[in-house]
Design a protein around this ligand. Structure first.
Ligand SMILES: Nc1ncnc2c1ncn2[C@@H]1O[C@H](COP(=O)(O)OP(=O)(O)OP(=O)(O)O)[C@@H](O)[C@H]1O
Ligand SMILES: [Mg+2]
Length: 291
């Protein structure tokens, strides 16, 4: 059951102390985190996020911005809350019965967890690519057309064709599939399936793409292809990527957040996190002494 509460560390002033029209600002700092969790031109702003699975406190007072056109890497040892955090950003934790999410989550300033939020629309604006490619058991064409169709983005077949071809093009897959669009998506190679899932995600015009270890099931060549794609996509989208590969984080991201036991310990420019981290725990992890 999902229940929304105020962020734990926001103390609302007495009602008569604030004029009715004055918004109550969420705190701009995260005392648990070293480095600046804010970003200029943020598309996503999270303040004081906590997630419990039953008694398990899996995400503890996490605050972080994701900026437009940036690639931010989320790294840290297994079980530290990276996927939990990512899933908060498009309400995928709603699907987990035991998950209880609190905190302030904003997309373009709008409360993602507001009562009247259309979750299907939210997940179009904040798309997700998973560790294991998961094409629908449908044709390549239908995999990409599906979201555009349910969101009414095409008035006719010609417009739908444009969306499908354009998305496959931007996902770097069109040359490999243009003669077999009616073949099942599941018949593609793993790397091609992952690019198909990316095409499906971008077909509905997202603002943010969440990627949870998108290359961990892929060989080095398919991985390089996805990494090139991430670079190209960042011209248009904000991307948050979870990865266990420090080389990958260094290659694709400009900012990195280091998670440890449910908290963000440190966030900063990727080169600083890898070469000159401020926190001992970050240093232990990036130098391979931990995790
Ligand atoms: N559905 C769930 N029910 C109960 N506990 C969960 C659930 N999902 C995650 N957890 C717990 O929450 C904590 C954070 O898990 P999460 O999957 O976010 O970690 P992670 O950093 O993504 O790890 P990994 O690198 O292994 O994918 C872990 O202790 C995990 O066991
Ligand atoms: Mg995970």
């Amino acid at each position: 059951m999902l229940r929304m509460e105020k962020p734990q560390d926001v103390v609302a002033p007495p009602a008569d102390a604030v004029p009715a029209a004055t918004p109550v600002e969420a705190p701009r700092i995260a005392p648990d985190t070293v480095g600046d969790v804010t970003a200029r031109d943020a598309v996503i702003c999270v303040r004081g996020a906590n997630v419990h699975y039953g008694d398990k406190h899996a995400l503890i007072n996490v605050s972080l911005d994701v900026a437009r056109n940036e690639v931010i890497a989320l790294i840290g040892p297994s079980g530290c809350g990276k996927s939990t955090f990512l899933r908060c950003l498009n309400r995928m934790n709603d699907t987990i019965e035991s998950a209880r999410v609190t905190g302030d989550f904003r997309l373009d300033g709008q409360d993602m967890y507001a009562r009247d939020t259309d979750v299907v629309m939210l997940r179009a604006r904040v798309g997700m690519v998973f560790q294991k490619p998961n094409p629908f058991p449908k044709s390549i064409y239908e995999n990409v057309a599906y979201g555009a169709r349910i969101h009414g983005l095409a008035a006719n077949r010609a417009e739908l064709d444009d969306i499908v071809y354009g998305s496959l093009e931007r996902a770097g897959l069109i040359d490999e599939v243009k003669d077999r669009l009616d073949d099942p998506g599941t018949g593609l190679s793993g790397g091609q399936q992952q690019r198909l899932c990316i095409a499906r995600t971008i077909a509905v015009n997202p603002e943010v793409i969440l990627m949870d270890e998108p290359c961990s099931a892929l060989d080095p060549i398919a991985t390089a292809r996805i990494e090139d794609l991430i670079d190209e996509l960042s011209e248009k989208y904000a991307i948050a990527i979870v990865t266990h590969s420090m080389q990958q984080a260094a290659r694709v991201s400009s900012r990195t957040a280091y998670f440890h036991l449910g908290r963000i310990i440190e966030v900063g420019p990727t080169d600083k996190i890898f070469t000159n981290p401020s926190h001992k725990l970050t240093e232990d992890y990036v130098t391979g002494r931990f995790g």
